[in-house]
Design a protein around this ligand. Sequence first.
Ligand code: ZN
Length: 160
Amino acid sequence: MKISKNSVVTIDYQLMDAEGNVHEASTAQEPWVYLHGHGQVIPGVEAALEGKEAGTEVEIELEADKAYGHHDEELTTEVPRSAFEQIKNLEVGMRLAAEAPDGSHMVTVTEITDDAVTVDANHPLAGQKVRIRTKVREVREATEEEIEHGHAHGPGGHQH
Ligand code: ZN
């Protein structure tokens, strides 16, 4: 069965930066399961998997604008060092959950000085070319309920 809109697709994937460092990967026990054609995966990947079948391996390279977008300077904030008193071993590259009026989101520490810490709320791969390697494990038709919900159910999908 070929992947098309409303297919439930099970894939193994590895997300790498342009140098080939792996940033995210599924595991053998926990592949990624998604509903195709509903914007659940980044557009470039969805397009590359269209029409593929179980067993197919696809490796794609995406420019920043097709992956995690451009690096937005406005998402970089300088915070007084005192706000981080509770955090031991604070270092550049550390990922932290930051509380904001619109909820909690992940930021990356990008600079530390004696009195200030710069945090960046961009995705760590924003502004970078990325490589994604996927292997299609399984393709099935979505149920009406899955299409209605806009996501896959069952193992690896939404549990409810
Ligand atoms: Zn659901």
